[in-house]
Design a protein around this ligand. Structure first.
Ligand code: HEM
Length: 468
């Protein structure tokens, strides 16, 4: 969809060093750089990163234009090259007709009706964690590590009917390193290719092997059993090419499973860690949430019908996603010239769309640094432009797991609140780390405090929800 340019020259941006441009500032503190330059230069900022120009797009109309109206003029950017080394050609990284047919294939696994079957499984896994917490001698946990473990287990069981519990810490460490390596590889102007045996590249290879082993074990177990568990893996394995009648290759299957394991647990674990941090800093919010949980659930384990009634819990999650969006930036590359905010954007440009930056824009949000779940009351949502808030992206590449993640987060937050309130350990440094996703750099050390009602009998459970 063509737009007319009305402004001459290039969009404004910060001055930089010769050759390097703004790359050192971006390495040091991309979160700070994005927010401060948007404030200074406006909703379209041009950076120079080494030989490339990079455009930070923060105007909701421009974002809508790029992600929706004119999405055909954009691909995922070359910055995804590093991620492709881990994920291959899965849903997140593939393009064009191939992406379209894979998306069509996976979509039914995420339909509302199908996902309703996941509620019991999510609740059972959360309960197993809570029972483990009950037995802890030390009432302190790294909430981020705990959430990584729980969300990995949930993805494994719901989408692939596989237990991956024992491997969580090893997989977590491998994933941390592999993703940090891909970040460095993409951002570095002089990175050696991955096959050069530097110590860091060799470690990357080992991390990738740990992740591959997990994924091939999931696939192998299913192939050996031959059963159709009716889950996403079953659907992916059953698919046949209309002409050749061939199934998906082992490689393609690996890439899709890897993508869903990675995209489906790390993001949600980050969201939960930030939500617990924010509630610890805002006890009034935690109290209100607990009141809602007591009223709606009492001591019961949640079922699907409870979720719409846990409305404040949902708003707390939405507001946490605003202040700490796990996908803090995503990028596109233009395949044609385009016009944004009246400026001409040359073909081949890289565009950054940063939920972190947009969610902190004073133009769109009143006192953006303030944590206030009631920003997500329906009337407040209706009064904002759609793309003032986009933790799950937008347009045809919108997150396929959005409903899954929201449902999972609601269940986990509510069930934890039934028994515990989590308090940040005094002095624990909380630093958002903008890797591929936005993690707490030093984890999230939190003290478990029993919720008052928990002196009462343990939650009443249907036997089916007990986890061995
Ligand atoms: C809080 C949790 C999550 C957040 C913040 C999040 C965020 C995002 C964002 C922003 C995108 C779009 C990226 C782009 O346009 O370049 C995306 C895509 C994607 N997400 Fe999520 N996600 C979350 C949870 C999940 C879950 C639970 C799954 C799977 C179970 C998942 C699977 C995917 C996949 C496969 C894509 C690629 C979709 C496509 O291009 O067709 N995500 N996610």
């Amino acid at each position: 969809m063509a737009r007319e340019s009305s402004k001459n020259g290039a969009p404004p941006g910060p001055p930089g060093l010769p050759f390097f441009g703004n790359v050192l500032d971006a390495w040091r503190d991309p979160l700070g750089l994005f927010v401060s330059t948007r404030r200074t230069y406006g909703d379209l900022v041009r950076f120079k990163f080494g030989p490339y120009y990079y455009y930070l797009v923060s105007d909701p109309d421009d974002v809508h234009h790029v992600l929706v109206d004119n999405h055909k003029a954009y691909t995922k950017s070359r910055n995804y090259a590093g991620l492709k080394l881990v994920l291959g050609q899965g849903l997140l990284t593939s393009e064009g007709d191939f992406w379209r047919s894979q998306r069509k294939l996976a979509q039914p696994a995420f339909h509302r009706q199908r996902m309703s079957g996941f509620v019991d499984s999510m609740a059972a896994d959360t309960l197993a964690m809570l029972e483990r917490w009950d037995a802890l001698r030390e009432p302190t946990v790294d909430a981020h590590a705990e959430m990584m473990r729980l969300t990995l287990r949930i993805v494994g069981r719901t989408l692939f009917s596989t237990d991956v519990d024992g491997e969580a810490s090893e997989v977590g460490a491998a994933l941390t390193h592999a993703l940090a390596w891909t970040n460095h590889y993409v951002e570095s102007l002089v990175a050696l290719p991955p096959w050069v045996p530097t110590p860091d590249n060799l470690r990357f290879k080992r991390s990738k092997k740990t992740l591959d082993d997990l994924v091939f074990r999931i696939i192998g177990a299913r192939q050996a059993s031959g059963e159709d568990a009716g889950d996403l893996l079953g659907m992916l394995m059953a698919v046949r090419d209309e002409e050749t009648r061939e199934g998906m290759s082992a490689r393609q299957l690996r890439d899709e499973v890897m993508t869903l394991v990675v995209a489906g647990h790390e993001t949600t674990a980050n969201l939960l860690s930030w939500a617990f941090y924010l509630m610890s800093e805002h006890p009034d919010v935690a109290r209100r949430l607990k009141e809602e949980v007591d009223l709606v659930l009492g001591d019961r384990v949640p079922v699907l019908a409870d979720l719409p009634r846990l409305a404040y819990t949902k708003r707390v999650i939405e507001e946490s996603l605003r202040l700490y969006p796990p996908a803090w930036v995503f990028e596109r590359q233009s395949t044609q010239e385009d016009v944004l905010s009246g400026f001409r954007i040359p073909k081949g440009s890289i565009l950054g769309i940063s939920p972190w930056c947009i969610h902190r824009s004073e133009r769109l949000w009143d006192e953006p640094e303030r944590f206030d779940p009631d920003r997500f009351l329906p009337e407040a949502v209706a009064a904002r432009p759609k793309f003032a808030y986009l933790p799950f992206g937008g347009g045809p590449r919108f997150c396929i797991g959005n409903g899954f993640a929201m449902m999972e987060a609601q269940i986990i937050v509510a069930m934890i609140a039934q028994r515990w309130s989590l308090e940040l350990v005094a002095g624990h440094p909380v630093v958002p780390d903008p890797l591929v996703t936005l993690r707490p750099r030093h984890g999230m050390q939190m003290t478990l405090r029993r919720s008052p009602r928990d002196a009462a009998p343990a939650p009443s459970l249907t036997p089916a929800l007990r986890v061995a």
